[in-house]
Design a protein around this ligand. Sequence first.
Ligand code: UDP
Length: 482
Amino acid sequence: GSSKQLLHIGILSSPGLGHIIPVVTLGNRLATFHNVSVTVFVITSGSSVAETEILKSAHKSKMIDVVEIPAVDISNLIDSNTKTVTQLCMLVRETLCVVKSVIFAMKHLLDALIVDIFTTEALSIAKEFGLPNYVYIPTNAWFTALTVYCPVLDKEIEGQYVDHKEPLKIPGCKPVRPEDVSDPLLDRNDQVYREYLKVLGIGFCLSDGILMNTWEDAEAGSLKALRENEILKAIVKSPVYPVGPLIRPEQQIIDGDDDGNNSVLNWLDKQIPNSVLYISFGSGGTLSSKQLTELAFGLELSHQKFIWVVRPPSEDGADKLYFTTGDQGENTPEYLPEGFQTRTKDFGLVIQMWTDQTRILSHPSVGGFLTHCGWNSSIESITNGLPMIAWPLYAEQRQNATMLTEELRVAVGPKVLPTKEVVEREEIEQLVRMVMQYKEGIELKENVKKLKMSAEKALSIGGSSHDSMCQVLKDIEKRSIH
Ligand code: UDP
């Protein structure tokens, strides 16, 4: 009834923009469309300007409450070989007791706790306090299926997955090509593999329900398998709720007085519709210096309009900037080929390190997206009706790329995996022309438009994702101790 108190839901985010953005977005969605009072607890790494900016605007928006929990210093536990994902799991684990005391102080106010993919160890805190608890996976159902099935693969398959001759079979789902598995699964001897199996593989299945940033029409097969396949169902145990695609609204980062971003928008205003390719590798992706050079020449050869968010190259791992993205680069990116900016000044724009992506993607002049296939970027592209060039780098991006190119058919990609081999400039030119100029682009665009419409339908009242979220809330009401 109307006299009933609002539900109050806590959501816990692990450090890093790729996690904070989807958690804040989920919080905003619950507050705006479902009349829920939301407190987002963010474990902050404190090392990224963009992270600070996102949190600042989340505080400012007043839609949700944001509680920052600075991560405990783990520098004495790691060395230069410690993988980013291991660091993430450790940061969260070492900070858990602080998280616990923060939640303890609020537990009488909370009706439920939602944790994100790297904070599943906090589910035990929710259980201890008698709170209904859920996991939010800010990516898709196919990835979720592989991840929860991994502890089984771990027993069944010997040797490295990447050396496996056949695709990895997941009950009821499309098989996954061995080279497409998420980074932490690439080396089963590394600590990161054990962490991943524990925190994600097993952790996903320990809650009262799993929320995912996907929707029925995009992933009918994988969702059906998670719900109905006997083997998968026995592993997952709890209900799955596709509640997406939830997209960060524009202007969440930029306050409006940012000159850099405005000049980009002014430039876009002068271009013709659908003519500009946007190139970005997410919040932390980097290329090797050889690949960076090839990409620059590929863009130059294609002669298509472009906006490119550039980062200094890195030779040892595409996610090295994960915790520091958004920090200002030098004034002239001297790592680009000599004269590149002069030669492309009539058709290209280079932005260093970071820009407000959703604002660019929603501009009518933009017609395509060369993306690292982070799931947020992928759905931002889809919901803006933009065909993609799939250029996966790390995490689950290879699996996303395969889904975008082979199943949803909204993207084209290079013949080789960019993480394995350098993509040559001629192929890049070809891919860019395909999406921006040739008829392949039109076909991709038709597919992406249909998908975009299905996404809008899913999120509207009575749509599958909206209904799914309502079910979560009903479940919380039923379980809530208040
Ligand atoms: N993003 C942005 N500006 C940038 C790079 C990224 O606004 O220069 C945003 C992007 O819109 C998306 C998020 O950061 O919402 C990146 O998430 P994604 O899942 O695509 O990749 P990740 O950063 O996790 O690799």
